[in-house]
Design a binder for this molecule. Structure first.
Ligand SMILES: NC(=O)c1ccc[n+]([C@@H]2O[C@H](COP(=O)([O-])OP(=O)(O)OC[C@H]3O[C@@H](n4cnc5c(N)ncnc54)[C@H](O)[C@@H]3O)[C@@H](O)[C@H]2O)c1
Length: 271
């Protein structure tokens, strides 16, 4: 279905990098007009240029989702530029920052991760729901994580916030199910983006860890941003019209180390 989002308006946060960038471009390829929101101006402007280059329409808005006014401004930008908001994808997020057990985890990072990944998600969903209620419908897809489905050692703030995102998603799905607003989440594991390659684990610079990490994935490879974007688009489309409150697990969750085949070649473009 080449143009299944023609005439639709989609807001993507975290559109300046990784999964959000790929999602914004994928929506535009299928005909949607896109609001590309991110703190990262350079990345999001690149997303907008890429959409321009394929003949699509997109507008950048600089936003910090941990600020309520910014999340409201993201929705306002959709109305000002394109007159409505049909689909929202809340993809902006940060890692736990450091690998450290819970009793030693730094309070300042805890507060920061909660502010972005959980409070920022709630602000975003709240502003989007207010607009979708006025319009009589819409879809929201929140990007959680496999770390929201099970414990994630040495990553307590991230895992706690992603569990929270799933709770928020399921609750909102029930509340607005009769209002023609569907709310779902995706829960990726290892997707090859700057977050995972350069973030907490710094896999780009640690070949040994990259190999171990890759081999612990059920498919023994990392996922690509497009493989997540495709699911997000499906959850946003009428093809998933009877699905709401779902936390869609992408790529099976990490296997125990004992299951890993030693010496398997990593299937990853870095390293
Ligand atoms: N890459 C993975 O393996 C993986 C796995 C599970 C879940 N996720 C989730 O997917 C989402 C996207 O991650 P990614 O891998 O594409 O990472 P990424 O770092 O490539 O992209 C994240 C984007 O979010 C933006 N952002 C961060 N804080 C923000 C804020 N306060 N306001 C606005 N924008 C902000 C960043 O500037 C960046 O452009 C995140 O929510 C992440 O937790 C990623």
């Amino acid at each position: 279905m080449p143009n299944r989002f023609t005439g639709k308006v989609c807001l993507v946060s975290g559109a300046g990098s990784g999964i959000g960038q790929e999602t914004a471009i994928s929506f535009a390829r299928k005909g949607a007009k896109v609001i590309a929101a991110d703190l990262n101006e350079e990345g999001a402007r690149h997303t907008v240029s890429s959409i321009d280059a394929i003949g699509g329409e997109a507008v950048f808005i600089k936003s910090d989702i941990s600020k309520r006014v910014d999340t409201e401004a993201m929705v306002q930008a959709a109305l000002e530029h394109f007159g409505r908001l049909d689909h929202a994808v809340n993809c902006a997020g940060i890692t736990g920052g450091v690998s450290i057990p819970t009793h030693e985890y730094p309070e300042d990072r805890w507060l920061q991760v909660i502010a972005v990944n959980l409070t920022g998600m709630w602000y975003s969903v709240k502003a989007q729901l207010n607009q979708m209620l006025k319009q009589g419908g819409g879809t929201i897809v929140n990007v959680a994580s496999a770390a929201g489905l099970k414990g994630h050692p040495n990553n307590v703030s991230y895992s706690a916030t992603k569990h929270g995102v799933i709770g928020l998603t399921k609750t909102a799905a029930l509340e607005y199910a009769t209002k023609h607003i569907r709310v779902n989440a995706v829960c990726p594991t290892a997707i090859e983006t700057p977050m995972i390659m350069d973030g907490r684990l710094n896999l780009r610079n640690n070949q040994e860890l990259l190999e171990k990490f890759t081999n612990e994935q059920a498919m023994m490879r990392m996922g690509q941003p497009k493989e997540v974007a495709d699911v997000i688009l499906w959850l946003s489309s009428d093809e998933s019209s009877f699905i709401t409150g779902h936390a869609c697990q992408l790529m099976a969750v990490h296997l125990p180390s004992s299951w890993v085949v030693p010496g398997k070649k990593v299937n990853c473009k870095f390293g």
